[in-house]
Design a protein around this ligand. Structure first.
Ligand SMILES: *Cc1c(COP(=O)(O)O)cnc(C)c1O
Ligand code: SF4
Length: 441
């Protein structure tokens, strides 16, 4: 079993053999929507994951290929018109940029957690919760394929002022030297596993030295197990990747691959099963996470199946996220009530070994807010919420309440319950903003 990666994007997707079976309408949708949302797929997704017999409804096709409904009608029509008129590239580019900016390319203040080292702004780092630093290596700012729902798409579509990438590990190490409270470093992207083994080594090896003994866990957030499991099997440097993982474990660090799986089918191929086995054989752990997405995985049975399969394969279910307010959100988003219903209907079907999963949760400015459920208290219908992570750690695990709102899809649409003026943490959040404006700027 081996495969050479072949990627497809707008310029060459017509060479995908299965395209012949696609209707002219669907191809046109790819042409139009693919100008605005980043589009990239590969031969593993196309040959081993997508069900081409029912491509109209196929969730994996929807995961990679632009579809009409992903753009608002007015945006779709605007691009269609320019393409029909064979407008100049500049004119099309300007329109596309305008539409992208209207799609909230930077939700929930991702750029608001960029720390400083003295005067230097550390653009490749996010430090929001005391114990965990996120690092965006500049060579990892792409993926083996692009998800149509992705909230990191500005990083892939040349809107580079929003790019968090950092050129080198040096500043990261300097930062970690003076921040002994940090125990976890999470490599993220894009996808850090698009980097070659040598680059990954250069970032990770220094962390294994005694100087960084306060770093207990190295995490790698990646979609590669779902999009390119051959990364761990037959790529030219697959063996070096596996050796690096062994080296991290031998140094006494916990290595956790935070694997993104959106659908149980991504866990079904021989390649992914072998890749998981190979990663686990190094002593690394695999934790799994996914957003809840309409048109992809909005059924409790799918989640229950996904968690069961993950546990069967030795992975640990970790997070269910609520889809962010960005990009094609109207196509993927679900009301909070529905998210909770799907979560609990899935959760109650599975054994305790699957119930390590937490969610559904929203990563908002104040923290990771979990929807614990809907309840009625003395005649008032409310959402019960709690922080899984908070900008102030004291907020974590304290239940709080919002007025029930059947349409709300994100925390910013909720009001405190019982006629309260503010949520319990809001005053402190404001104070934090004054005390550490650089975290919120
Ligand atoms: C989720 C998240 C983390 C990690 O949180 P854990 O609960 O430890 O998994 C760190 N930083 C940010 C910004 C996050 O959203
Ligand atoms: S793999 Fe992750 S970063 Fe890459 S496109 Fe998908 S969601 Fe975005």
């Amino acid at each position: 079993m081996s495969k050479q990666i072949k990627t497809y994007a707008l310029h060459n997707y017509l060479t995908i053999p299965q395209m012949e079976s696609l209707s002219e309408e669907m191809k046109k949708d790819i042409e139009i929507v693919g100008r605005v949302l980043p589009f990239k797929t590969n031969n593993y997704v196309v040959d081993e994951l997508i069900n081409w017999d029912d491509v109209e409804h196929d969730p994996i096709f929807t995961l990679n290929f632009p579809r009409m409904g992903m753009l608002e009608k007015k945006h779709y029509l605007a691009v269609e018109k320019l393409l029909d008129q064979q407008a100049e590239k500049e004119v099309i580019d300007r329109k596309v940029r305008e539409i992208r900016l209207a799609l909230n390319p930077n939700p929930a203040g991702q750029e608001h957690n960029v720390p400083y080292l003295g005067e230097i702004k550390l653009k490749g780092i996010q430090h929001k919760y005391p114990e965990t630093v996120l690092f965006f290596p500049s060579q990892g700012q792409t993926c083996h394929a692009f998800c149509t729902f992705c909230f990191r798409w500005p990083q892939f579509s040349g809107m580079s002022e929003l790019k968090f990438a950092m050129k080198e590990a040096d500043l990261l190490l300097k930062y970690l030297r003076v921040h002994k409270e940090v125990t976890d470093i999470l490599f993220t992207g894009g996808d850090p596993m698009v980097m070659n083994a040598a680059t990954l080594q250069a970032y990770i090896r220094p962390l294994l030295t005694p100087e960084f003994s306060h770093i207990h866990s190295i995490r790698i957030g990646t979609k590669s197990l779902a999009y390119w499991p051959y990364r761990y099997l037959t790529d030219a440097d697959s063996d070096d990747i596996i050796s690096l993982f062994e080296e991290v474990v031998a140094a006494g660090k916990n290595l956790s691959v935070q694997a993104h799986f959106n659908h149980p089918r991504e866990l079904s191929t021989d390649a992914v099963k072998q890749a998981i086995k190979r990663i686990l054989s190094t002593g690394a752990q695999i934790r799994t996470q996914s957003p809840l997405l309409r048109n992809i995985n909005d059924k409790p049975e799918l989640w229950a199946e996904m968690w069961r399969k993950q546990v069967d394969l030795g992975c640990i279910p970790y997070y269910m996220f609520i889809a962010r307010d960005t990009g094609a959100k109207h196509y993927f988003e679900l009301p909070l009530d529905r998210c909770w219903q799907i979560f609990r209907r899935a959760y109650r079907q599975v054994s305790g070994l699957c119930r390590t999963v937490r969610g559904p949760s929203m990563s908002d400015n104040a923290g990771k807010i979990q929807v614990l459920g809907v309840q009625e208290v003395r005649g008032e219908k409310i959402f019960v919420l709690r922080f899984i992570q908070g900008r102030n750690p004291k907020w974590v695990d304290v239940p709080f309440f919002a007025e029930y709102n059947p349409k709300a899809t994100w925390f910013d649409q909720l009001k405190p319950a019982f006629g309260d003026e503010r949520f319990f943490f809001e005053e402190q959040l404001l104070k934090l903003k004054v005390a550490k404006p650089f975290l919120f700027e």
